[in-house]
Design a protein around this ligand. Structure first.
Ligand code: LLP
Length: 421
């Protein structure tokens, strides 16, 4: 459920007509709903009620300060994967003890900053990383809390580019080697082993892969405890999928997911962390764009929009489907025709949809890409010197620009000219 609904024939974001925002801000832009964001975060929090837990929002999905502040105000922790994300989390007022640091390539500098600024735990992904963290912690005279990310070799049944839990993926250490690696960690005086971490992939639309992974984690918890490790915290990653089409998809709900966690791991008495990104923010955001031209081609018609692959890369990168709807609600019996929906960037890959059935649209009409809140703005670039597009946050009757569109001068002035030119 989200808060982008038609009212009186117009698409609204909560209580604001989206076309009104477009008139003030210009297109294209991202628009988020505070109500949807809040609702989706709470679904996870409530799904784990009765279990000691922390929902660490995976801020890679959307990391605007206003989004982070909204979630932090609800008690969210953050899952960060870079020094930049750590800085963003801190800037949004999230205390270090609510930040977990994931990622396969943390640098010593990033480790240092997090140890000095406060950190809940590092999710360590390899033995060389463990050794580096131990060294940095000893240098600073502190102990770094760690969970080791194990790779359970489970098929997440999702797009290959976002599956992370198979043995061929770069993530974590093989679960079969876990005992050995935990023994090494326990022997390092700069590390405090607090738990186990697992994350098997993103946009999972079934619970079964989670069940397989979590059963393996349960078994490992008992095995490690038997060897004297004080495993008291389990970080179960993110990955729960969202419906990208209104019609046929019904991925499991956070409550089902929460129940699965309790069923597979509840008996261990561990504190539970989860790291959802997409489900928190995906359907809380839309991308609003304007039709620049309607072009008749040979055997096909093109809707050329002012948004492009640099603004939303998911269709080009993962063949992802995003529903695209007109801001003015079409009449129920309105005729539809197939269009290739494309952007202005000079690549054939700049195609959002092929042969998509759409009601008749004309130059200047506005459309919205649904489910664009996660991995939308954060993955955008300035390819073709197209400025990063604004982000807008709606809250009831109010809206605010939470990231401005840069001017061409601002973009150009980021470059510097060497003295010999
Ligand atoms: N935790 C870790 C360690 C992760 O690597 C990820 C996502 C998450 C949590 C959050 O997963 P989520 O709940 O959002 O599925 N750009 C791709 C998705 C990449 C996901 C990367 N890792 C896309 O647009 O589909």
């Amino acid at each position: 459920m989200d808060h982008f609904l038609y009212r009186d024939g117009q698409l609204y974001a909560e209580d604001v007509p989206v076309a009104e925002i477009a008139a003030q801000v210009g297109t294209p832009f991202y628009c988020y709903s505070s109500a949807t964001l809040t609702r989706h975060f709470r679904l996870f929090d409530e799904a784990l009620e009765g279990t000691e837990h922390l929902v660490c929002y995976a801020m890679k999905a959307a990391s605007n300060q206003a989004i982070l502040k909204t979630l932090a105000g609800l008690g969210a922790g953050m899952d960060v994967v870079s020094g930049g994300e750590y800085a963003r989390a801190k800037a949004a007022g999230v205390p270090g003890e609510r930040i977990v640091f994931s990622g396969v390539g943390k640098t010593r500098d990033e480790m240092r900053v997090a140890l000095e600024g406060g950190i809940r735990q590092f999710n360590v992904e390899s033995e060389p990383e463990m050794a580096a963290l131990n060294a940095v912690a000893l240098e600073l005279g502190v102990k770094a809390p760690i969970a080791v990310r194990v790779n359970p070799d489970v098929d997440a049944k999702t797009h290959a580019k976002i599956a992370t839990g198979k043995s061929e993926n770069k993530f974590g250490i093989p679960i079969t080697r876990a005992k050995e690696v935990y023994a090494e960690a326990a022997a390092m005086p700069g590390l405090d082993v607090v738990g186990i971490d697992v994350h098997i992939g993103s946009q999972l639309t079934e619970l079964e892969p989670f069940r397989l992974a979590y059963e393996k984690v349960a078994e490992l918890t008992e095995a490690l405890r038997a060897e004297g490790h004080d495993i008291r915290r389990l970080d179960l990653g993110g990955g729960l999928g969202i419906p990208y089409t209104r019609s046929n998809e019904a991925p499991p709900l956070p409550t089902d997911y929460g129940q699965l966690i309790k069923d597979t791991l509840g008996h261990l008495g561990c504190e539970i962390e989860i790291e959802p990104g997409r489900l928190v923010v995906g359907n809380a955001g839309i991308l609003v764009s304007r039709v620049v031209y309607v072009k008749s081609g040979e055997g096909r018609d093109f809707l050329i929009l002012d948004a492009a692959m640099n603004d939303l890369i998911r269709p080009a990168m993962y063949d992802a489907h995003h529903d695209i709807v007109p801001l003015t609600q079409p009449a129920p019996a309105a005729e539809q025709a197939p269009y290739d929906i494309v952007g202005p960037v000079c690549e054939s890959g700049d195609t959002f949809a092929k042969g998509r059935m759409m009601p008749e649209l004309a130059e200047g009409d506005l459309v919205a890409f649904r489910s664009a809140g996660a991995y939308g703005a954060v993955m955008s670039s300035e390819y073709n010197t197209r400025p990063l597009i604004p982000e807008v946050l709606v809250h009831g009757h109010q809206f605010a620009v939470i990231r401005q569109r840069p001017t061409f001068d601002e973009i150009i002035n980021r470059d510097t000219i060497p003295e010999w030119l």
